[in-house]
Design a protein around this ligand. Structure first.
Ligand code: SF4
Length: 171
């Protein structure tokens, strides 16, 4: 998906959390359209991904949050801790390591338990926030594709920040 430019070769792809491109894939059935990111379609092929939909969760769906447990960080239902999608998310992310290595960069939705890159709230088992971390999907990709430019949408709030990311992508 995404427009192609005569200036940039078609092969230059940036993978983007689908909700940022206006796809209604969020847990609440909404999207988080980001005009500056969408504008990148003038120059690059924007390839949408939504790991939660890809592992078979519906839209809308019950929200999950990251919880630090004795078994590591788990993605569990906010109202139902038995609803644990950790293993499915991580297995899917491992599969995507190969697929997404063809991209020149990745843009993630901030604060998401799947897609956040450093901004995702992390809770203890008593539901108290204890810090911030990576979403589980983003964490796997960061580890398996360490050379790929990756950024959260919250770090692309200005034209200057977009230009700096594009520069990293084109290096
Ligand atoms: S943040 Fe990630 S998992 Fe959540 S709706 Fe957007 S693309 Fe899907």
């Amino acid at each position: 998906m995404g427009a192609q430019s005569s200036t940039f070769p078609e092969r230059i792809r940036i993978a983007v959390s689908a909700c940022l491109l206006g796809e209604r894939v969020r847990y609440d059935g909404e999207e988080k359209r980001h005009p500056l990111i969408i504008k990148l379609a003038d120059k690059f092929v924007l390839q949408p991904f939504c790991p939660e939909v890809a592992i078979g969760l519906g839209v809308p769906r019950a929200p999950v949050q990251l919880v630090a447990t004795s078994a590591g960080i788990r993605a569990r239902g906010v109202t139902n801790p038995e609803h644990d999608i950790t293993d499915r998310l991580q297995a899917y992310a491992q599969l995507q390591c190969e697929e997404l290595q063809a991209c020149a960069g990745l843009i993630f939705k901030s604060r998401s338990p799947s897609c956040g890159l450093g901004s995702t709230p992390l809770f203890d088992e008593r539901d108290k926030q204890m810090g911030q971390t990576n979403g589980l999907f983003a964490a796997v990709l960061r580890d398996c594709l360490p050379g790929l430019p990756m950024v959260e949408e919250s770090a692309l709030a200005t034209e200057a920040e977009i230009a700096a990311f594009v520069e990293r992508v084109l290096k």
